[in-house]
Design a protein around this ligand. Structure first.
Ligand code: FE2
Ligand code: FE2
Length: 243
């Protein structure tokens, strides 16, 4: 077993930044340890431009994980596949059009329901968690990363519910230390008390750090800051998170 180390997550796409040279937009994209891309934002040109500005050309990229087939998470996928052929793209079941377009673009779609949940050493899918979205069944996966600091989770939109996802991860790794949970938490329509209960639940499950972004919006960020204090993680394009 390889010795575990820390890893760096670069935020390539989100709705805000402190660096005016970088593009912002709706959607999310995280690059983990140069090897794994989690989601691909809304627009390919902006995603690639941000990556290049941050010194990333996807040269060492090994795998892509798409949380769910919504435009704000797949928008830049084709542009990344154009830059490196033969990448595996891990997707949830129920998205045949997405799989077709990945193949067309020279990637290799991998359905996590068939492949199992191990992406590569220390990288796992939460598995496809189902929910109803606009009267249809939607499945969404989150990316789980194990480092020397513990288990961290990146979420796309968290349509199945951020607490449902966090509890599933706790169940998959019952004895590990939990470290960070960050990404879209879909709290934009939640009340302050619902948001506070959510933050407290994530904390009580054992997460030391939390970074709500994307469809979580400002109110959730403010309340999470109060609950997590030093453990609050600012998610914005250009920032690096060490896990
Ligand atoms: Fe989203
Ligand atoms: Fe979504």
């Amino acid at each position: 077993m390889k010795e575990m180390k820390t890893m760096v997550i670069k935020i390539l796409y989100d709705r805000k930044t402190s660096d005016e040279k970088l593009a912002v937009g709706w959607g999310l994209s995280f690059l983990v340890d140069k090897k794994i891309l989690f989601d691909a934002g809304e627009t390919g040109s902006a995603l690639v431009r941000n990556a290049l500005s941050l010194g990333e050309d996807f040269d060492k990229l090994e795998n892509i994980i798409i949380s769910h087939d919504h435009w704000d998470h797949t928008g830049g996928l084709n542009d990344v596949l154009d830059r490196k052929k033969g990448l595996k793209v891990f997707v949830c079941p129920g998205y045949p059009e997405l799989e077709k377009s990945i193949t067309f673009r020279g990637g290799v779609p991998v359905n996590v329901e068939k492949s199992g949940l191990i992406i590569s050493p220390n990288f796992f899918s939460s598995g496809p968690l189902p929910t109803f979205y606009k009267q249809k069944i939607l499945t969404e996966q989150s990316l789980i990363i194990k480092t020397s600091q513990g288990v961290s989770v990146l979420t796309g939109c968290a349509h199945p519910g951020i607490v449902v996802i966090a509890e599933a991860v706790r169940g998959m790794f019952p004895t590990d230390q939990l470290y960070m949970i960050a990404g879209g938490m879909h709290l934009k329509d939640a009340t302050p008390s619902e948001i506070e209960a959510t933050a407290l639940r994530l904390k009580s499950l054992g997460f030391q750090k939390a970074g709500p972004s994307h469809c979580s919006e400002e109110l959730a960020e403010a309340i999470f800051k109060q609950v997590f204090k030093q453990g609050f993680v600012e998610v914005e394009v250009g920032r690096e998170l060490t896990i």
